[in-house]
Design a protein around this ligand. Structure first.
Ligand code: DGL
Length: 278
């Protein structure tokens, strides 16, 4: 029996919210995380660039021998995954379907808010996924372009954060939604501030737990011999970033309370391909 190796990718630190959930769902799995911090944010980049970045990172994670990959980035899931169905021979789980299922299950009225990056909103992916599950749903989307850069700086609370959130969330409140799905993996780090703006009556839905269980089932379906060896020591997650490893390590500690060992720096060569640059 061997432990599952799970690849996780995001434009930066947002996917850590998914890594945390996968760590809880698969305590003996070896997590291999890649944050493309040097090229974030993805939220307003041309879609063909996102497709190229995601292909490169998936190929890189496959080279690390992963058993399954979580595309822990809604923007990448919305823009890149539909273009690469069946291109890779490991299971690849995205955010959108899991987020849609989770919010449809949660919403009583069918009036559903989505907060996400500009690219995810423009793709219409959440609207399509939600109405395919519940045709009568009324989906109100709000792009929140200021949030990712703010969270990447570690700004996850305070008056300025709340002020920006109020502006983004006001239209959703005006549309009388009863649930809001975090359509960007960075946003759960703002959960306390979002809650302060929405008040207690609105359900805030994070797709991460559902993604974690989908990754676990997909990895086991591909190789049923993967499992937990009670004798095996827990393998610490491996973190890689295209940006500054020290900043990344600080953010992992600040946001998750984990103390990552060495964070590896992986840089892009002139053709944009990933190369090790330890
Ligand atoms: N965490 C990414 C997402 O879920 C953020 C994308 C960005 O870099 O703008 O969409």
């Amino acid at each position: 029996m061997r432990c599952a190796k799970i690849g996780i990718l995001d434009s930066g630190i947002g996917g850590l919210t998914v890594a945390r959930a996968i760590g809880d769902a698969m305590p003996s799995a070896h997590l291999i995380y890649f944050g493309d911090t040097a090229r974030m944010p993805y939220g307003d980049k041309p879609p063909d660039q996102i497709v190229r970045f995601v292909r490169e990172i998936i190929a890189f994670l496959l080279d690390q021998g992963v058993d399954a990959i979580a595309v822990a980035c809604n923007t990448s899931s919305a823009l890149a995954l539909p273009a690469m169905q069946g291109d890779f021979d490991v299971p690849i789980v995205g955010m959108i379907e899991c987020g849609a299922v989770a919010v449809v299950e949660t919403s009583r009225t069918g009036r559903i808010g989505v907060i996400a990056t500009g690219n995810t909103v423009r793709s219409g992916a959440y609207g399509k996924a939600i109405t395919s599950l519940r045709a009568s749903a009324h989906v109100v989307q709000q792009a929140c372009p200021l949030l990712v850069p703010m969270i990447e700086r570690g700004e996850v609370s305070g008056e300025r954060t709340r002020h920006i959130l109020r502006d983004y969330i006001r239209p959703l409140l005006a549309a009388d939604v009863d649930s809001v799905v975090y359509g960007c993996t960075h946003y759960p780090f703002l959960d306390a501030e979002v809650r302060a703006v929405t008040g207690p009556s609105i359900s805030l839905v994070d797709p991460a737990i559902r993604v974690a269980y989908a990754v676990r089932s997909a990895a086991l379906a591909r190789d049923p011999s993967l499992g937990a060896d009670p004798e095996a020591p827990a393998i610490p997650p491996r973190f890689m970033t295209s940006g500054d490893p020290e900043v990344f390590a600080r953010m992992v500690h600040l946001l998750l309370g984990w103390r990552p060992g060495e964070v590896e720096r992986i840089s892009m060569d002139t053709r944009g391909l990933i190369s090790r640059n330890a």
